[in-house]
Design a protein around this ligand. Structure first.
Ligand SMILES: [Zn+2]
Length: 307
């Protein structure tokens, strides 16, 4: 008999924990943003190549500097906390801070407290977007930063350009025996396995993307596509949308050999045994893949801390 799927929303996602009010209503108010930048409480996260300063003792924390210590540049308003303290991001050389190390989301995204994880996720996203959108896609003129760092405008034709992200579906496929499909991409280490994922194409719904990607990568037809949650994945600019789906016929499994070189069905006991003896490495807690697998598994995987 087919077991019902627990498709209630995922509760904890490492990069979806931001706590600030983004204060978007102030972005086009230069007087407000200038006053916020001069506010002695204002704090700035400086980002360079996807990394910011972090201190690890007594526990991981993002290093935030007063605006006066931030490098020159165009600051981005990241948000305001419940006390009214404004937070900004800026691209530039990381300041010298005793005991701090440069770290990116892969290392600290799951370790930082909620506010800091949200700040770093937003700042890294904006740094990448600004760094790759210096020119107008219509006419090629250099664009200028406006709206407190959330819009770029072309001075020649007046067109406005907003931060881009690429939607990607990631789906845990189960069969009627409640086994999970795990697969390996060609560039991955030999012991690494995860669930399937792929980018949404133009003119396609999320549900269509799930069905297409699964069929392309492993030959299976799926039904009962259910959305469980999302998180930004600015590595460099994706938004991951997580799903469960059920395979019609698990025996139809045929890895395409290009995007997927190896795929197999796992029971809970089988997965635990392979992780336990080191034959299989599952995704880390930063990823929505890990959260989807743990939802299916019924708790933390062997050797993985419960987040
Ligand atoms: Zn232009």
């Amino acid at each position: 008999m087919t077991q019902p799927m627990d498709d209630t929303p995922l509760e904890w996602l490492a990069l979806a924990r931001g706590t600030l009010d983004r204060a978007a209503q102030h972005r086009r108010d230069p007087a407000w943003t200038a006053a916020a930048w001069k506010d002695p409480r204002a704090r700035v996260v400086v980002v360079r190549d996807g990394q910011a300063l972090v201190t690890f003792e007594p526990e991981p924390r993002l290093v935030l500097v007063p605006a006066a210590r931030a490098p020159e540049g165009d600051p981005w308003l990241l948000g305001v906390d419940e006390t009214g303290t404004p937070y900004f991001g800026i691209a530039g050389d990381l300041p010298a801070v005793d005991g701090a190390e440069a770290a990116g989301l892969r290392r600290v995204g799951a370790l930082l407290p909620d506010r800091d994880s949200g700040l770093l996720t937003e700042a890294v996203s904006l740094e990448h977007w600004h760094g790759t959108h210096a020119f107008c896609p219509r006419c090629g003129a250099p664009t200028e930063v406006t709206a407190a760092g959330h819009v770029r405008v072309c001075p020649r034709d007046g067109s406005e350009h907003h931060p881009r992200m690429d939607p990607a579906v990631i789906m845990l496929v189960r069969d009627d025996a409640d086994r999970v499909l795990l697969a390996r991409g060609p560039q991955w280490p030999a012991d690494r396995r995860s669930i399937l994922a792929g980018f949404v194409e133009p003119g396609e719904s999320l549900e269509q993307a799930v069905a297409r990607e699964v069929h392309e990568e492993v030959g299976l037809r799926v039904r009962d596509v259910r959305y469980l949650g999302s998180q930004p994945w600015p590595l460099p600019q994706s938004l991951m949308l997580g799903f469960f789906a059920r395979a019609d016929d698990p025996s139809a499994l045929r890895p395409d050999a290009e995007e997927i070189v190896d795929a197999a069905w796992y029971t809970r006991d089988g997965l635990a045994a392979e992780i336990g003896d080191g034959r299989l490495v599952a995704p880390g807690p930063l990823s929505i893949a890990a959260q989807l697998i743990m939802r299916w598994y019924g708790g933390p995987l062997p050797g993985m801390p419960a987040f």
